[in-house]
Design a binder for this molecule. Structure first.
Ligand SMILES: *Cc1c(COP(=O)(O)O)cnc(C)c1O
Length: 374
C-alpha cells in the first residue's frame, strides 16, 4: 500500500484533462504575468468566499507581511499571535520590526486563547493575528469584540482553513478569512486549496484597505512609476491561478473527502484512553488541513518509527512552539510560560490526511496505530 501524508498525484489525475488544457492555453497565450486567468480566479474566489476583495500574491507568508504593511504597522507596534503555529505567522511580525506578543492556546481547539489575548493587550498593541489551525476557525466572534473594544486590527491567518465556515451566535455564517479586517491564505501545494507551486492571497471587505494592499503587492505603486511608499513584488503566477481556478470548483468536495477520512479515524480511535481525537468546535466547520490528535503514555518517536517501518507517514505539527525556537529567543519568554502549547508540542501527532484516502488505507493506518499503542 502506497500511503502518503498528502497524495497530490492521485488528485491531479482526476482533473488532469482540465488542468493540462488550462496550462497549455497559457503557454500559447504567453500571458505569464497577471494574465486573464489571475483576474478570473480572483473573481471566482471572491464569489466563493463572499468577500468584496481578493488580492492574489506570491505565497502565504507574503500575504501576512503585505497585510501588516498595508495597515501601516510600525516598529514598536505590538502584534498578538499564538505561539503554537507555523513559523511564518510570527516571522513576518519580527521581520517588519514589529513586536510579536505570543500567547497560549486553548487545549481543546489548539487555537488562540481569548483570555490570554485580553491579558496581553497593552497601549502598544495594534493587531491580533489568530491562526485557524489545522482547518478549524479560531473564536472569531470573541476576537472581533476584543478588537473593537481596543481599536485593534484583526488579520486572520487562514492558510490552513480555506473553505471553513464560521457560525456566529446570531445564526449568520461567514467563510474563514473574511471575518477580520484582513484574511491571508496560502496556496502551497499541500494546503486545502493547493497550487502546483507557490501562491497566496489576501482578502478584505474594506475597499480602502484593498486599495492599499494592491499598491503594496505592486512596489508601493498606485499610479504607474510613482511610488508613494515602500512595497514589495508579490504576484500569483498566471499558470498557478489557472490551476487554482480548476481546483476551486472542487474545494467543497475536497473538504468532504477530508471530513470522511477524519470520521473514520475518530471512529477507530474513539474511547481509547491513550488517544484524544480532534475536538470539534461548535462555531466552526472543520476542513481538516491536518488530522492532529494528542497521545498519552505512548512513546511518540517509536510510534513514528513503527508506522514508518510499515509504510505509514506520521508528522509532528509542531514540535517546538515559537517562544522556544532559537531564532525567537526573547528575554520576555522562557520555558513554562505557555504550558498548553508546550504540552501540545510534546504530545501531538498528525496522520495522513488528504482527499484521496480510501477505506483500505484508513483501515490499515488505524490498525497499525492501535497495534502499537495497545
Ligand atoms: C503554510 C502556512 C503559512 C505560509 O504559507 P506559504 O505559502 O508557505 O508562505 C502561513 N501560516 C500558516 C499557519 C501556514 O500553515
Amino acid at each position: 500500500m502506497n500511503i502518503k501524508m498528502v497524495d497530490l498525484n492521485s488528485q491531479y489525475l482526476k482533473i488532469k484533462e482540465e488542468v493540462d488544457q488550462s496550462i497549455s492555453n497559457i503557454l500559447e497565450s504567453t500571458a505569464f504575468i497577471n494574465g486573464p486567468a489571475v483576474k478570473c480566479f480572483q473573481s471566482n474566489l471572491e464569489k466563493y468566499l463572499g468577500t468584496a476583495n481578493v488580492i492574489p500574491c506570491g505565497n502565504g507568508t507574503d500575504a501576512l507581511q503585505i497585510a501588516m504593511m498595508a495597515l501601516g504597522l510600525k516598529p514598536g507596534d505590538e502584534v498578538i499571535t499564538t505561539t503554537f503555529t507555523f513559523i511564518a505567522t510570527a516571522e513576518v511580525i519580527a521581520l517588519l520590526g514589529l513586536t510579536p506578543v505570543l500567547v497560549d492556546v486553548d487545549e481543546n481547539t489548539y487555537n488562540i486563547d481569548i483570555e490570554a489575548i485580553k491579558r496581553a493587550i497593552t497601549n502598544k498593541t495594534k493587531a491580533i493575528v489568530p491562526v485557524h489551525l489545522f482547518g478549524q476557525c479560531a473564536p472569531m466572534e470573541e476576537i472581533m469584540a476584543i478588537a473593537k473594544q481596543h481599536n485593534l486590527f484583526v488579520i486572520e491567518d487562514n492558510a490552513q482553513a480555506i473553505g471553513a465556515d464560521y457560525y456566529f451566535s446570531d445564526g449568520s455564517t461567514k467563510k474563514s478569512g473574511t471575518i477580520g479586517h484582513i484574511g491571508c491564505t496560502s496556496f502551497f501545494p499541500s494546503k486545502n486549496l493547493g497550487a502546483y507551486g507557490d501562491g497566496g492571497a489576501i482578502f478584505t471587505d474594506d475597499n480602502t484597505i484593498a486599495e492599499q494592499l494592491r499598491a503594496v503587492v505592486n512596489h508601493g505603486m498606485k499610479v504607474r512609476y510613482y511610488h508613494d511608499f515602500i512595497g514589495v513584488n508579490s504576484r500569483l503566477d498566471t499558470i498557478q491561478a489557472a490551476i487554482l481556478d480548476v481546483k476551486l470548483k472542487h474545494l467543497d468536495e475536497y473538504a468532504n473527502a477530508r471530513r470522511k477520512a477524519a470520521a473514520f479515524y475518530d471512529n477507530a480511535f474513539a474511547n481509547n484512553p491513550k488517544l484524544s481525537t480532534p475536538f470539534r468546535y461548535s462555531k466552526s466547520s472543520h476542513v481538516f488541513h491536518q488530522y492532529t490528535m494528542t497521545i498519552k503514555n505512548v512513546d511518540r518517536l517509536n510510534l513514528q518509527k513503527f508506522l514508518n517501518d510499515h509504510g505509514i507517514p506520521m508528522m509532528i505539527y509542531y514540535p517546538v512552539p515559537i517562544h522556544l525556537q532559537k531564532a525567537y529567543a526573547d528575554a520576555r519568554y522562557k520555558k513554562g510560560d505557555f504550558p498548553i502549547s508546550e504540552k501540545l508540542s510534546e504530545s501531538v501527532i498528525s496522520l495522513p490526511m488528504h482527499t484521496e484516502l480510501d477505506e483500505n488505507q484508513l483501515k490499515y493506518i488505524t490498525e497499525k496505530v492501535l497495534e502499537f499503542i495497545n
